[in-house]
Design a protein around this ligand. Structure first.
Ligand code: SF4
Ligand code: SF4
Length: 298
């Protein structure tokens, strides 16, 4: 069993309880305008190019067997003929070319995870599967969850909720905590800024609650997109109706926006500024006043 992973981050503190190792799986059905991991969205490995590092040596052009590697006016790139073979990455001594995503077996992932066991045990932490959307690779995710369980490692899954309901429910018993993203309650607006409507996401959330899964809501706070009082009121009403009381408020940030250029994609929120610490604290108080356990940053 294998799957496509684009990062494994050790010693994470904001992705579930304790010290965690986060495994980022590639592929996501959403394309949120503010996504700070745009390389997570396509399920396949992708070539990324950091033009600012290029020294114009031309070694990539010589190495590329498909003729896809290009250097136009000193700017490195790749045409649609690129097969993401990675040859140009290996010859680029400047580190201007990288591949996002690699196919790994369950055993290869587990070999990395078990090394952090001491941190999990001492901090009450464990492994978090994130992405992308982990449920976009259901068989791989299920095998990883089973392997963690066999090793006595607790698990969290961060999900956008846009997943096959039977897969979600079948795996719910293997997951200690769901970190469940709810971005916007208004359906047309949700579709506008994420690319998909939210009915399935909200229905899946209700189904997980009904199945007695431990769910923590994750709310990415995006100024002028979802931080308005109407959306917050609807979030609180939804949480009350489902009997949920834990919410992590994740302030919008600009880390990762340069990845869009590396993928040859535009970043649509170039003018957006992160919320202030004061704005975030005010929002936290709105949720706590409504009886929720709200924390900033997870
Ligand atoms: S990844 Fe392979 S095909 Fe794509 S530009 Fe590099 S060498 Fe050419
Ligand atoms: S090998 Fe790297 S540094 Fe040389 S031209 Fe290609 S991208 Fe630029």
């Amino acid at each position: 069993m294998d799957g496509t992973v684009f990062n494994i981050m050790h010693y994470a503190l904001h992705d579930g309880p304790g010290i965690r190792t986060v495994v980022f799986l590639k592929g996501c059905p959403l394309a949120c305008q503010w996504c700070h991991n745009p390389e997570s969205q396509d399920p396949r490995p992708q070539l990324m190019i950091m033009a600012e590092r290029c020294i114009g040596c031309g070694d990539c052009l010589a190495a590329c067997s498909t003729g896809a590697a290009v250097l136009v006016d000193g700017i490195p790139g790749a045409t649609d003929a690129c097969i993401v073979c990675g040859t140009c990455v290996n010859v680029c001594l400047a580190g201007a070319r990288t591949i996002a995503g690699r196919v790994m077996t369950v055993q290869q992932v587990m070999d990395e995870l078990v090394r952090d066991r001491i941190f999990f045990e001492e901090s009450g932490g464990g492994v978090t599967f994130s992405g992308g959307e982990p449920f976009a690779q259901p068989a791989f995710l299920k095998s990883l969850l089973d392997a963690c369980r066999a090793e006595g490692i607790t698990t969290a899954v961060e999900t956008c909720g846009m997943a096959d309901r039977s897969e979600l429910l079948n795996m719910a018993g293997k997951i200690d905590v769901f970190l469940y993203d709810v971005k916007l309650m208004d359906t047309p607006r949700h579709a506008e800024v994420t690319g998909v409507r939210n009915e399935t996401i909200l229905a899946n959330l209700a189904a997980l609650v009904q199945a007695h899964a431990h769910v923590v809501i994750r709310f990415p706070v995006i100024p002028a997109v979802n931080d308005n009082q109407d959306n917050i009121n609807l979030m609180i009403a939804m949480m009350r109706q489902l009997g949920l009381h834990e919410i992590d408020l994740l302030p919008y940030h600009r880390i990762g926006t340069d990845k869009y250029a590396r993928l040859g994609r535009p970043y649509r929120l170039a003018d957006l500024r992160p919320p202030s610490a004061e704005d975030m604290e005010k929002m936290r108080c709105i949720f706590t006043d409504a009886g929720m356990e709200a924390s900033i940053g997870g």
